[in-house]
Design a protein around this ligand. Structure first.
Ligand code: 5AD
Ligand code: SF4
Length: 426
């Protein structure tokens, strides 16, 4: 048997693509997985291109792998950077055997033995391709509900790497969810670039959530990423009232300034975002709201940045993924004037992160003595087991594999920013 080593960068979508690739190669070809790159016959790097850093990392990784690999081992580059750089990857790094775009995952078996193959068609429709079965976790399953993205956010390269948005037929999604839940994955994570824009012949995302929740074996449903623009009342009401839908909402703000939001082509204003966030807090008192923020977008003035800080004060996000703006090829914003100097970007990012950490410390401290229902999914070192509360806090307790796949009540004793530590009380 041949051995496959795969490194995955980027988002949940990429993780799921890697699972699909593993399934194709281990079930329809003669591969098994290895975690030691030096032993592998095939080395795959599943790349991200959302910011410049992971792209640079790709080329340094290729160099390291080329040097340390087993003689004759092949190297393949997949994912979003594969989509946008295509054959340039092989030109820059001739050791690479093939390039497979983020929307061409189902063609992995075709390129495997073709030296120099480049499959990066972003219009390729693999929405009803039947992949083999493979999941990294026994206890939770990621399921794609759509591929691609029709938004044109001016900072974002993803429409150029994953192409036009196509909904995966609801029946296929339900079939996958049922299969996963019956095999023990009681938590289902629905994935798409813009999940709440889902539409399969009139069935919208709220309808889809409802359908998944009707599968008896499914206990918890999560999803990523929704778009604030499409958070209509129907969606918020379903989110609030369906007991299987976990009360953790990702609301990617990007900027708190209506002027910058317009430049970003986000389609909403600061006022709309706050209205949705407040409504959510009111309907679901225990909701955990996470967000993505970009600082120093071209033309961002100090006042614009303070608008973002104001949203942080008002919404008090439980989690913030914050980034310095990174100009990306093929995007509109890369051509904007008024790119912000690095020193200012660094200062804004650290101001934001410092303030968020203060807020987070208050939120974290307030969990001490509270009880959460935790679904355990992973063994950690030191005899600990980790899981998540319904609203998405990472929780750790002392215990063994017996807890895995079970939901228990946990009393929080030592809350930390990264995880709440406690003990099982039931
Ligand atoms: N620069 C910085 N951050 C970006 N993101 C997307 N594109 C860029 C960019 N050009 C961030 C957004 C998005 C998250 C996945 O990555 O905040 O929500
Ligand atoms: Fe995921 Fe976007 Fe990175 Fe592609 S570019 S891997 S869609 S985060």
């Amino acid at each position: 048997m041949k051995k496959l080593y795969i490194e995955t960068l980027g988002c949940a979508m990429n993780e799921r693509d890697s699972e699909h690739i593993i399934a194709e190669l281990t079930q329809k070809e003669d591969f098994r997985l290895t975690s030691t790159m030096e032993d592998a016959d095939l080395i795959l790097i599943n790349t991200c291109s959302v910011r410049e850093k992971p792209v640079q990392k790709l080329f340094s990784e290729i160099g390291v792998f080329a040097k340390k690999r087993k003689e004759g081992a092949k190297i393949g580059v997949c994912g979003c950077t594969a989509s946008h750089l295509g054959e340039e990857i092989i030109k820059r790094a001739p050791v690479v055997d093939f390039v497979l775009g983020a929307r061409n995952v189902s063609k992995i078996r075709d390129v495997l033995d073709k030296k120099g193959a480049v499959e990066v068609d972003i219009n390729y429709d693999e929405s009803s391709f039947t992949f083999g079965d493979f999941r990294n976790s026994l206890y939770k399953a990621m399921i794609n509900i759509s591929i691609g993205c029709d938004k044109q956010c001016s900072f974002c390269i993803v429409p150029h790497t994953r192409g036009k948005e196509v909904a995966i037929p609801a029946d296929l999604i339900i079939q996958e969810a049922r299969k996963a839940a019956q095999s023990g994955a009681k938590e289902i994570m629905l994935l798409g670039q813009n999940v709440n824009n889902y539409n399969d012949n009139g069935r919208d995302f709220s309808d889809l959530l409802e359908m998944v929740s009707e599968i008896e074996e499914v206990e918890r449903i999560r999803f990523t990423s929704p778009h604030p623009l499409h958070m209509d009342d129907k969606f918020l009401e379903l989110f609030a009232n369906n007991p299987k839908v976990c009360k953790n909402m990702h609301m990617p703000l990007q900027s708190g300034s209506t002027k910058i939001l317009k430049e970003m082509k986000r389609g909403y204003t600061k006022g709309w975002f706050l209205d949705r966030a407040f409504k959510l807090r009111e309907m679901v008192p225990d909701v955990r709201i996470s967000t993505d923020i970009i600082v120093a977008f071209p033309g961002e003035s100090e006042e614009d940045f303070l608008e973002t800080m104001d949203v942080i004060e008002q919404v008090r996000f439980e989690q913030i993924f914050s980034f310095k703006y990174s100009p990306r090829p093929l995007t509109k914003a890369a051509e904007f004037e008024n790119q912000i100097p690095k020193e200012i970007a660094d200062r804004r990012l650290s101001t934001l992160q410092r303030r968020h950490n203060e807020i987070l410390d208050e939120i974290t401290d307030a969990t001490k003595g509270r009880v959460f229902e935790v679904y355990f999914e992973e063994l950690k070192s030191g005899g600990r087991v980790a899981g998540r509360s319904d609203n998405g806090f990472m929780v750790m307790v002392e215990g063994s594999e017996e807890l895995l796949g079970k939901t228990k009540e946990v009393l929080i004793e030592y809350p930390r920013r990264t995880a709440l530590h406690g003990k099982v009380i039931d």
